[in-house]
Design a protein around this ligand. Sequence first.
Ligand SMILES: Cc1cc2nc3c(=O)[nH]c(=O)nc-3n(C[C@H](O)[C@H](O)[C@H](O)COP(=O)(O)OP(=O)(O)OC[C@H]3O[C@@H](n4cnc5c(N)ncnc54)[C@H](O)[C@@H]3O)c2cc1C
Length: 382
Amino acid sequence: MDFDLNEQQEMFTKGVRDFARGEIAPRCAKMDAAGIIDPELLDMVRDHGFFGLCFPETYGGLGLDTVTYGRVVAELARVDAGVAIMVSVHNGVGSFPILQFGSEELRREVLPRMSKGELASFCVTEPGAGSDAASMTTRAERTETGYRLSGEKIWVTNGYHAQFFVVTARLDNEPGHDGISAFLVDRDTPGLMVGAKEDKMGLRSSDAVSLVLENVDVPGARRLGEEGDGFKIAMSALDGGRIGVAYQSVGLAQACLDVGARYAIEREQFGKPIATKQAIQWMLADLATELEQARLLADKAAWLKDQGRSYGREAAMAKLAASEMAGRAADRALQIHGGYGYSKDYDIERYYRDARVLRIYEGTSEIQRLVIARSVLSEYGG
Ligand SMILES: Cc1cc2nc3c(=O)[nH]c(=O)nc-3n(C[C@H](O)[C@H](O)[C@H](O)COP(=O)(O)OP(=O)(O)OC[C@H]3O[C@@H](n4cnc5c(N)ncnc54)[C@H](O)[C@@H]3O)c2cc1C
């Protein structure tokens, strides 16, 4: 068993850390206040190849393994969790359906464009269908040239900037999972309307929008997989996406540890640094221990994916453990800051807000537990 990154992985991770500290960190507070990524930073993220991390080199990407990709997401999240989710949704749920289920022709057409920074998004959630995604009502009808889609999607991360939308819809009003198909829709398709950005509590450098589809004609060649494969495609994209959220949580918790430990050393009360108090030391010890546990779970899930082995259960475990851990990490680090932690002058205030959504998107903690429990019970014949 080898817990070390190889030289190339170390170098890559360090390069991303330097980029995040040098280019992202000075912009975080402004992006948080503005609720949008700095356009200059978006261009830099593009130019540095962050939008082709996981695509094979034949499609213009860097072809990173999942463990290295995870380290990239964690390093970004250590500075700005919003930038991390933007990169993670694009490289994960936004593009995996094309990479895995698109025709070779579609892959050749679209993936090089995505690698260069035409953003991808993933549109499953609807006003009435969240955790119960199979109850979605967006419709698809067959036409002479393909399909016509109508319906509404919400919480589309990256949608404000995206060129590509992976959309799931119910074909022929057929009920249940098997009635759902998946399509790739271009932004400029008539009838596709991108709504306003959500005014979110956290992750404010990342955007999430609603989407209205009114008789949107999609060519048959832009269907992903076979008719009726849409739910399966969305769920397998989410398996990988959950590894990304686990690493995002690890990076954010690392940031909480960074600021919590530094503050504890600097802040003096009762004539000594508060770091000398056992109560504070225990908070840091618990934070560091739980962070390490979560990182190991994320690495295991990523490693399984890289080995071509089944990883859905481990991805759900990593996402559950890491996102819950990040919430506790932010809470402890804020407690260490006392009243100052409640002020926007300190980064922990933003980390605390950013951490909250990790337990909600790409499947809530309750849904992760359902996935894990189903897998556990099946081993016992349940
Ligand atoms: C910032 C942000 C970005 C997002 N980005 C995307 C995106 O890019 N694409 C996309 O498609 N979606 C996206 N989402 C949507 C997200 O995936 C959903 O919010 C999530 O799946 C939960 O759905 P819901 O909000 O409708 O909550 P609901 O499903 O209504 O759940 C409400 C509560 O009930 C619980 N619950 C529901 N069912 C069960 C059950 N069977 N057992 C126990 N508890 C249950 C939930 O865990 C939750 O606590 C995003 C959301 C946010 C906040």
